[in-house]
Design a protein around this ligand. Structure first.
Ligand SMILES: [Zn+2]
Length: 125
């Protein structure tokens, strides 16, 4: 298994263009931050991860199903991913960064994102 998160995946591009249209300024893939966040909003001291529902186990989401074969393999894999996500968030918090997770299934709902993002970012600022 190689990379679990591809650079410049489509959902991420959608989030970026939405943020841009809403007037937010951000940076991409800052390697000096834990987890190399997809999108970094320095002004809000906030990072945004666009997470795939399957790999990152979006709770209660229909895309976060478990394959029917090699169940143990998948459960191990998912547990590792979730542990990594949790430790990345903890390290970011230690450095004073807020983390916002956007799930892939939410990206397709543009009106939801357009409503929720400003609300989240206002609360953080
Ligand atoms: Zn989902």
């Amino acid at each position: 298994m190689s990379r679990i998160r591809n650079r410049d995946t489509k959902p991420e591009l959608i989030v970026r263009s939405l943020l841009h249209r809403m007037g937010y300024r951000f940076r991409l893939h800052r390697k000096d931050l834990p987890g190399k966040p997809d999108i970094v909003l320095p002004k809000y001291r906030t990072v945004i991860f666009v997470h795939g529902c399957f790999w990152h186990r979006h709770k209660g989401c229909r895309f976060a199903y478990t394959p029917k074969s090699r169940i143990e393999f998948w459960n191990d894999k998912f547990a590792t991913n979730c542990r990594r996500d949790a430790s990345v968030m903890a390290s970011l918090a230690e450095r004073g960064w807020n983390t916002v997770i956007i799930w892939e299934c939410q990206v397709s709902n543009a009106s939801y994102l357009a409503r929720v993002l400003p609300w989240v970012l206002r609360r953080l600022s």
